[in-house]
Design a protein around this ligand. Structure first.
Ligand SMILES: NC(=O)c1ccc[n+]([C@@H]2O[C@H](COP(=O)([O-])OP(=O)(O)OC[C@H]3O[C@@H](n4cnc5c(N)ncnc54)[C@H](O)[C@@H]3O)[C@@H](O)[C@H]2O)c1
Length: 346
């Protein structure tokens, strides 16, 4: 295979997918779809794409792309993915994979039935610091990782208050499924995706509910969630996520992992979307802090990686199976929060 064609559905985050494909020399974008005509034309004009459709169904009536990228609201991930597989396309689906693990399993089954690939856009893996840390972990520098804490908090950052993000039936949940999903995947990936055993979760909504009341809009998800995950190998992970919490930082992303030989701290700089990472280790009785230079080489985007994996016939990262594990954890955390007791993951 010398060239791939791709289409992007949902043109908010879909813009990043377009940038990813357009920067790949062997991928041609053959269509975009979005029911919002204004957005469709704006993005079409911005990226110079003339093949514009009001829905994925219309696009698939006249085009048969090798890859369909799905960046529509969460409620649409499952049906759009199933439709793309029915038409013989590979799928790169935004996070969260689906509204829940039952939907995620259906998507995996459809991928298997179609013999096509399913990747989830866990975009925070695709950062130079992430790859550098993963290399160190895989080379044994950390020993056994037995504890982690992975966090994304915002002081006031409910995405588009009054829109689909705050409606349970459309989003599946609040900051845990929106932001926590990224931090969970990142920690799990670095830890080698250990098999979860049980979780204890709690969710809160007082601030979000009050902000929505003042704005006169609907809001039916949590504004903050915290969870404790126990893995079958004995390791544990704390996850925390909020869109609204009374903290000093506008935006705080931190992942800490503790291993028997070294630990790491991977966090955002200056409350923004640039990152720094430090490894803490002991050698011959001395304690060292090894910080990763911010000017580490650039890495591929998820879109470039997916295209290369298909072109080269190599495995891709961030598989649908890993997406399903994350969805099972999210389901269990929400269930535990609702029941007020620990829940087995299964
Ligand atoms: N990986 C990341 O870092 C990242 C960042 C932001 C958003 N996301 C994910 O991307 C998805 C979209 O989020 P967003 O912030 O772009 O939302 P958004 O509301 O800004 O944009 C969604 C777009 O999808 C369109 N749409 C709605 N229904 C559709 C359908 N049936 N078919 C095609 N398009 C449809 C809407 O008209 C809109 O233009 C969500 O799943 C979100 O979690 C991921």
């Amino acid at each position: 295979m010398s060239e791939l064609t791709a289409a992007v559905v949902g043109l908010g985050m879909g813009r990043a997918h377009l940038r990813g494909y357009l920067s790949h020399p062997r991928v041609r974008v053959v269509g975009i779809a979005d029911p919002d005509r204004g957005r469709l034309d704006e993005v079409g004009d911005e990226f110079g794409i003339s093949d514009r459709y009001g829905s994925l169904a219309e696009l698939l009536d006249s085009r048969r792309p090798d890859i369909v990228s799905i960046a529509a609201p969460n409620v649409h991930h499952r049906p759009l993915t199933l439709s793309a597989f029915e038409h013989g396309c590979h799928v790169l689906c935004e996070k969260p994979m689906a509204l829940n693990a039952v939907e995620a399993q259906e998507m995996l089954d459809a991928a298997a039935a179609a013999g096509k690939r399913l990747m989830i856009n866990f975009s925070f893996r695709f950062r130079p610091q992430s790859f550098a840390l993963k290399r160190e972990i895989d080379s044994g520098v950390f020993g056994d990782i037995y504890f982690g804490r992975t966090v994304w908090h915002r002081r006031r950052g409910i995405p588009r208050l009054g829109g689909w993000f705050g409606i349970k039936e459309l989003a599946g949940g609040g900051p845990l499924i929106d932001l926590g999903v990224h931090r969970l995947d990142l920690a799990l990936w670095l830890m080698g995706y250990p098999e979860p055993e049980w979780v204890m979760g709690s969710t809160y909504d007082a601030i979000g509910r009050e902000l929505a009341r003042r704005a006169g809009v609907r809001y039916s998800v949590e504004d903050m969630a915290a969870g404790f995950i126990r893995f079958k190998n004995g390791a544990t992970l704390v996850v925390e996520a909020s869109w609204a919490s009374n903290i000093g930082e506008k935006e705080l992303m931190v992942t800490r992992l503790l291993g028997t030989k070294a630990g790491l701290l991977y966090r955002n700089r200056e409350q923004g979307y640039e990152f720094e990472a430090t490894v803490f280790l002991e050698r011959d009785g001395s304690l060292y802090d090894m910080s990763l230079n911010a000017a580490s080489p650039a890495t591929q985007s998820a879109m470039e990686h997916f295209a290369d994996a298909i072109l080269d016939d190599t495995p891709h990262m961030a598989s649908g199976e890993e997406g399903l594990t994350v969805m099972k954890l999210l389901d269990a955390l929400y269930e535990s929060a609702e029941k007020g007791r620990p829940v087995r993951v299964g």
